[in-house]
Design a protein around this ligand. Structure first.
Ligand code: UD1
Ligand code: MG
Length: 443
């Protein structure tokens, strides 16, 4: 039991209008994961009682959560509740829907649009005993955020951008959208919220002034935008992804991955690395990849694949479902749904829906013709096969071990082990035709 951490309520019921998207805001992706995943993962690490408040796109988001956080839902560590948005719109309305469900006496409240929040920061918010704790962020450009107005050393109120006077807009201390409360404080004060503001919404932030007026001292926990930034627009989304990438790459380099010009590299948050790996500039790793003791050269793209003891690229494209072991993949090679073990494919090839065995050499320009216009077919290549350049392997086709395929072959039938296969037409020469054709004499 993680009782000391209290409950956590995540507010994710908003419409997300500023994203200008049909997709709900918290379902937008950062480094391959949905924004809500980041917040939920940290919250579920910090607490055994997490409540997610939804309203807009309730069905789509809750279906996703039920499928992807099934274990936590089953164990009642994560519950979903619906905001009474018709009657109580706004972040104040959202917390109203959830606080009474909390099983602990302290409640951390997090905006659902803060994907960079960490478990450590959540624990920090909860480590003070004040009835209300507020996370504060200093921003060079505070626009869009609620400004934190102080009186002396005390936090007095939060003024939303749309309600702020000109002088208040200069304030650079802003509300991060992460709070901690005693359950009793919420029970005593939530009904005091009103919607007398520019947006006609119930603001959770008005609890600050309510506390101030009641002489309740609010504790402030300061953080930086690398942890606390909120995402309201696609521009924010890009900034948050950049910051998340930076964090992920720092962790990876600390654990031993070498990166050349790390700011040019993109790594999906689901990717895993083991042993000594080198990623050169411009490398893109997408999806759930596993990369072990391998060298990925400049501008290669790896998608949902496993790469072990291999070197890839430059400029290679490893598409989903590849398993590549002890293999050399050179420039302009594309693979898809292919298993390669101890293979050399140095140049300009397409290897799709293929299995290729040990010590096999794939010549430049080899293409597995895996698609006949209706269905995909498999190419199986055995061990010690030498495939000459510019060869088409028309699938389905199997090449057994120990076969030599001459350059320019179009292979449509499976050969026997030990064969040399050739499909080229015999070479013919017509002597001195050049000179006749261009009507000039040999020099
Ligand atoms: C909010 C804060 C602002 C703070 C900023 C930090 C309020 C009134 N303002 O503004 O002081 O500086 O976050 O990023 O709280 N939501 C609901 N139900 C609703 C409306 C919103 O659950 O009816 C959820 C949203 O899905 C979102 C979060 O609450 O995850 C914050 O809402 P948003 O509209 O992004 O508020 P901001 O304008 O960013
Ligand atoms: Mg926001």
């Amino acid at each position: 039991m993680k009782d000391k951490f209290g409950s956590i309520v995540i507010l994710a019921a908003g419409a997300g209008t500023r994203m200008k998207s049909a997709a709900p805001k918290v379902m937008h992706e950062i480094s391959g994961r949905k924004m809500i995943d980041f917040v939920l993962n940290e919250a579920l690490n910090a607490s055994n009682d997490v409540i997610l408040v939804l309203y807009h796109e309730f069905d789509a988001i809750s279906k996703y959560i039920n499928e992807n956080f099934m274990n936590f839902i089953t164990h009642n560590n994560l519950r979903i509740t619906r905001q009474d948005h018709e009657n109580f719109p706004g972040t104040g309305g959202a917390i109203k829907a959830a606080f009474s469900l909390a099983r602990h006496d302290r409640i951390v409240v997090l905006n659902g649009d803060m994907p960079l929040i960490t478990e450590e920061f959540i624990n920090n918010l909860n480590s003070t005993e004040n009835e209300m704790v507020l996370a504060i962020l200093e921003m060079d450009d505070p626009s869009g955020y609620g400004r934190v107005i102080t009186r002396g050393s005390l936090v007095q109120k939060i003024v939303e951008e749309k309600d702020a006077m000109a002088s208040e807009k200069f304030v650079r201390s802003v509300n991060a959208g992460a709070y901690s409360f005693s359950k009793k404080f919420l029970a005593d004060n939530l009904d005091k919220l009103d919607n007398n503001n520019a947006q006609k919404e119930y603001y959770i932030t008005d609890l600050v002034e309510i506390a101030f007026k009641a002489g309740i001292e609010i504790a402030a926990v300061r953080g930086n935008k690398e942890i606390l930034m909120g995402v309201n627009s696609k521009e924010d989304l890009a900034i948050a992804e950049f910051l998340q990438q930076k964090r992920k790459k720092q962790i990876l380099t600390k654990s031993g991955v070498i990166m050349r010009l790390p700011d040019t590299i993109y790594i999906d948050d689901r990717a895993e690395f083991e042993g000594e790996c080198i990623l050169e500039n411009g490398v893109v790793i997408i999806g759930k990849c596993k990369i072990k003791n391998s060298h990925i050269k400049a501008h290669s793209v790896i998608e949902e694949s496993e790469i072990v003891e291999s070197d890839i690229g430059p400029m290679a494209h490893i598409r989903p479902k590849c398993a590549i072991y002890e293999t050399h993949i050179g420039n302009f090679v594309e693979t898809k749904n292919a298993t390669l073990k101890e293979v050399k494919a140095g140049h300009l090839s397409y290897l799709g829906d293929a299995e290729i065995g040990e010590n096999t050499n794939i010549g430049a320009g080899t293409i597995t013709c895996n698609y006949d216009g209706m269905a995909k077919h498999k190419t199986i290549i055995g061990k010690n096969v030498f495939i000459g350049s510019d060869t088409q392997l028309v699938a389905p086709v199997t090449i057994p071990d120990n076969v030599l395929i001459g350059a320019g072959t179009t292979l449509t039938k499976s050969p026997n082990s030990g064969d040399l296969v050739l499909t080229r037409s015999p070479q013919t020469s017509i002597a001195n035709f050049f000179y006749k054709f261009f009507k000039n004499e040999p020099k």
